[in-house]
Design a protein around this ligand. Structure first.
Ligand code: LMR
Length: 333
């Protein structure tokens, strides 16, 4: 009798804990370095909303913006170790991981328009690049857009020679290093979370980013001049820890893929609007002068920066550059 009671109690306890286990949601920690009110920040929140809905709460997505958990380089290590499950680093930050081909996106003027960019990210080139991540324990899920970059400093930057001798913060990309050297500037790699202070204290003199990142990090408070160079592109790869992703129940993974697809459309749709809004806010602040280069000056920027493409072919792969140029040839203006 006593034994029967013990067994009953044990099986009841097992049932309770099995239920509790079955109900515990799968948690996706999604870490990123930008502000919540940016294309990437809003895309991450949209994915959370859609993923939790599509899986009826079986998946919980916790978004950590603004380098709250990790800085640029650390977040990639954390993903590989499984400390976080999802990231969306800029395409300029995959070099230290050993996948330098992603730096092709940093080549000045390689994408004449957003259409040209989408043709690449949504086509075979985009897929091939994702394949290169697999051996690093990473699965690529989507490309998210931000925008074309502008240059800033505490002096007017009308033509490339105005950059001469300036210390300029860049992301950890050798192509960006070559780009700044082509302008006669002195490139300094810094984590995104360190840029504001570095500009404020004069550790660096200038930087480049799309207006959305510039404004939401308050760089307009510490940079008096901005030039609409639109010389290069900034976008992201949404990536997951491969072991985690492959280990998900198939129905959950399918639901998450659907949520990612929808979040990607959303993020890409708002990117331009967010950047237009941010530029307007910078203008309204009255703290940073926005300069639109003349056609002659734009030609000077191009002339100074176009050689970077040839120069960096051996790093990112000539075939890859050729493939992109071929895909976008019909869209060049
Ligand atoms: C930067 O580090 O400048 C940006 O790429 C940050 C980001 O993720 O947009």
């Amino acid at each position: 009798m006593k034994l029967k009671a013990v067994l009953l109690a044990l099986s009841a306890a097992a049932l309770v804990s099995a239920n509790a286990f079955a109900e515990a949601p799968i948690v996706i920690k999604f870490s990123h370095v930008v502000a919540p009110d940016t294309p990437k920040g809003k895309g991450a929140e949209k994915f959370k909303e859609l993923a939790e809905k599509a899986t009826k709460g079986r998946v919980k997505v916790d978004v950590y913006p603004n380098s709250q958990l990790y800085k640029d380089k650390e977040e990639l290590e954390a993903l590989q170790l499984g400390a976080v499950q999802m990231l969306a680093p800029s395409l300029a930050k995959f070099g230290p991981l050993g996948v330098k081909e992603f730096e092709v996106f940093d080549i000045p003027y390689i994408f004449p328009t957003k259409q040209a960019l989408y043709k690449v990210t949504e086509g075979p080139v985009g897929k091939e690049l994702f394949k290169k991540l697999e051996s690093k324990g990473i699965t690529g899920l989507a490309y998210w857009d931000n925008g074309f970059k502008v240059m800033s400093a505490n002096k007017p930057l009308h033509s490339p020679s105005d950059l001469k001798g300036l210390k300029v913060r860049i992301q950890s990309s050798k192509v960006l290093d070559a780009q700044m050297r082509a302008l006669g500037a002195n490139p300094q790699v810094l984590a995104f979370s360190e840029v504001y202070q570095a500009l404020q204290t004069g550790v660096v003199d200038g930087t480049e980013n799309p207006p959305s990142n510039f404004y939401t990090q308050k760089m307009h408070e510490v940079q008096s001049n901005l030039t609409m160079t639109n010389h290069g592109y900034l976008g992201y790869a949404v990536i997951v820890n491969k072991k985690f992703w492959d280990g998900l129940p198939a129905d959950i993974r399918t639901a998450l893929e659907g949520a990612m697809k929808e979040a990607t459309t959303y993020a890409n749709d708002i990117a331009q609007k967010e950047n237009d809004w941010a530029l307007e806010e910078v203008r309204k602040s009255g703290k940073t002068k926005i300069y639109q280069p003349t056609e002659k000056e734009q030609a000077e920027w191009r002339k100074a920066l176009l050689p970077v493409q040839k120069q960096m072919a051996s790093r990112v792969g000539k075939d890859l550059i050729d493939a992109i140029n071929k895909e976008t040839a019909s869209l060049k203006n």
